[in-house]
Design a protein around this ligand. Structure first.
Ligand SMILES: [Zn+2]
Ligand SMILES: [Zn+2]
Length: 295
């Protein structure tokens, strides 16, 4: 990504973060002052949107910081670190909502629902819909996966808020139990987001394979003079992968020549998989039974 496009995406994300925080704050204040569990729950749900904006911003910053003496592999894991922190926050939010919803189910106390509750919820709904449009438009213009994915995610929040409006209407006409039930449904949505964030972070931290071994082997074998390869390993994030492998050359090939061909292999791999940040190629002769060397 070019620096100006980077900055443009960061600026959009920052604006969206601000709007999401306003929406979350309005819902949390309304929910806690009127005792509506479903509104509190929706407020935490909006906070999860802010938190994914924060992960996105940290990730953008980290990808712009080049590797340095302290961090020769780059700074990408800061994004994973942020995701880990947010995972903990989401778990706490789900526990908090679950506790107050169950409390309310066991000793019902109907929340105060006035026209003001509806006005606040409809206003936040309007902001959410504006965010979806804004992110979708700028995401297409800047060709940013990050913004488009965030727009899709925010669209699901619109449905959650509409659900809360229905549960408030149900309380209004005399079904107070629908408030904690609505809160629990949204807690499930938050838990699922938390699960996804935790799963992705654990894949990165545990160095899960990022590019299929056979796909790598096909590219390597397409280079003339290469006899084979093994010990293929890849790790990193979806758009920032480190690859290392052993490539076999004829035992009598001059070192200078083998090295040159190994760079052809590397170029082809990085062309085919632009997500590869670096590839380390160990050159060696094919293993033979009598060499006595560890290949
Ligand atoms: Zn080299
Ligand atoms: Zn080897």
């Amino acid at each position: 990504m070019s620096p100006t496009r980077h900055q443009a995406v960061s600026r959009v994300l920052l604006r969206v973060l601000l709007l999401n925080l306003i929406v979350a704050g309005a819902k949390l204040i309304l929910g806690y002052t009127t005792g509506a569990v479903s509104v509190v729950s929706d407020g935490f749900h909006s906070l999860t949107d802010s938190s994914s904006n924060i992960i996105g911003l940290v990730g953008l910053r980290a990808s712009r910081m080049p590797p340095d003496a302290d961090h020769p592999y780059g700074h990408r894991k800061y994004e994973t670190l942020a995701a880990g922190g947010i995972f903990v926050f989401l778990v706490l939010a789900v526990v908090e909502i679950g506790r107050s919803a169950l409390n309310r189910l066991s000793n019902p106390a109907p929340p105060v629902v006035t026209w003001f509750s509806f006005a606040v919820m409809i206003a936040t709904l309007a902001i959410n819909m504006a965010v979806v449009r804004y992110e979708g438009r700028t995401g297409r213009r800047l060709n940013s996966e990050l913004l488009l994915a965030d727009a899709t995610h925010t669209r699901t929040d619109v449905y959650a808020t509409i659900g809360v409006l229905f549960s408030l209407a149900a309380v209004w006409i005399g079904f107070p139990l629908l408030d904690p039930i609505g809160g629990l449904v949204i807690a499930v949505l938050i838990a699922y987001t938390g699960f996804e964030i935790g799963r992705d972070a654990s894949r990165i931290l545990s160095d899960r394979v990022m590019i299929d071994e056979d796909a790598i082997r096909r590219i390597v074998m397409s280079v003339p003079e290469v006899l084979g390869c093994h010990h293929i390993r890849s790790r990193g994030t979806i758009d920032h992968v480190f690859l290392d492998l052993h490539v076999w050359f004829p035992a009598d090939a001059p070192l200078g020549h083998a090295h040159q061909v190994s760079h052809v292999v590397k170029d082809r791999l990085m062309q085919q998989f632009p997500q590869i940040a670096d590839a380390i190629i160990h050159i060696e002769p094919p293993p033979s039974d009598d060499s006595g060397l560890e290949a």
